[in-house]
Design a protein around this ligand. Structure first.
Ligand code: Z5A
Length: 208
């Protein structure tokens, strides 16, 4: 059986990943492509519990090393119990964030060593990499403005503007390393224009 495709959505806070995940769902349904939608950190019972630890604001400071290892611990569960079984059954997997978020947030945002991240990536994922990564890019202020009505801030959302600027730059640097896999979506545009860009970028996958 042909393996499913693995598509990931990436970008800073409030750029429209969750909104456009639903649009991609519609496109897959129109084409009668079997798929699952999932997210990181999370996607399994244990991984969702790890997500809660990562996002909660607590009195005890979560060290950068603990944060990085928790992200990959959740990913290991998600890959073993959800992503690989789905791909092996021929389902497409559309995931809201994956390892590029680790390069962007822990690598770019927290300035952690990229070689350590790459080592963990290889150890946890083996050869698994997304077929297509859509990077939703917009000036930080736009994402923050869009996300600001959501109530209490999580642990990441309390970071300073400079942190999110480093995250954005890290995503753009990764995109430049592989123009086939990474597609930058100008997320500052109106939703209909963003969706038109998505139709264009996804068109190549329907035919291959
Ligand atoms: N994290 C990490 O550090 N390391 C890792 O390896 C991984 C994750 C995997 C949780 O992510 C945190 O985990 C994340 C990084 C860290 N922290 N941060 N920040 P998350 O994905 O759950 O959280 P998020 O990035 O904050 O997602 P989000 O805020 O839900 O953003 P979004 O999904 O990109 O946006 P949205 O909900 O689709 O849209 C926001 C609003 O804008 C909404 O009202 C929409 O209707 C509106 N919208 C969307 N598009 C448009 C356009 N084009 N025009 C106008 N309005 C729009």
């Amino acid at each position: 059986m042909k393996l499913g495709r693995f598509i990931t959505l990436e970008g800073g806070e409030g750029v429209g990943k969750s909104t456009n995940l639903q649009f991609i769902k519609q496109l897959l349904e129109e084409r009668q492509i079997p798929f699952i939608l999932t997210r990181e950190p999370g996607g399994t019972g244990i991984a969702e519990r790890i997500r809660a630890i990562l996002l909660e604001r607590q009195d005890e400071n979560l060290s950068e090393q603990a944060e990085l290892l928790l992200v990959f611990a959740a990913r290991a569960q998600h890959i073993q119990h959800v992503i690989l079984p789905a791909l092996q059954q021929g389902l497409w997997v559309v995931c809201d964030r994956f390892t590029d978020a680790t390069y962007a947030y822990q690598g770019g945002g927290r300035n952690m060593d990229l070689q350590t991240i790459a080592w963990l990536e290889n150890a946890v994922q083996g050869e698994l990499r997304p077929d297509l990564t859509l990077i939703f890019d917009a000036p930080i202020e736009i994402g923050m403005q869009r996300a600001k009505h959501r109530g209490e801030l999580d642990r990441f959302e309390t970071e300073q503007l400079a942190f999110f600027e480093r995250v954005r730059q890290a995503y753009l640097q990764r995109a430049a390393t592989d123009l086939n896999r990474y597609k930058i979506i100008d997320a500052s545009q109106a939703l209909t224009d963003v969706q038109q860009q998505l139709r264009t970028e996804l068109a190549g996958l329907w035919t291959n």
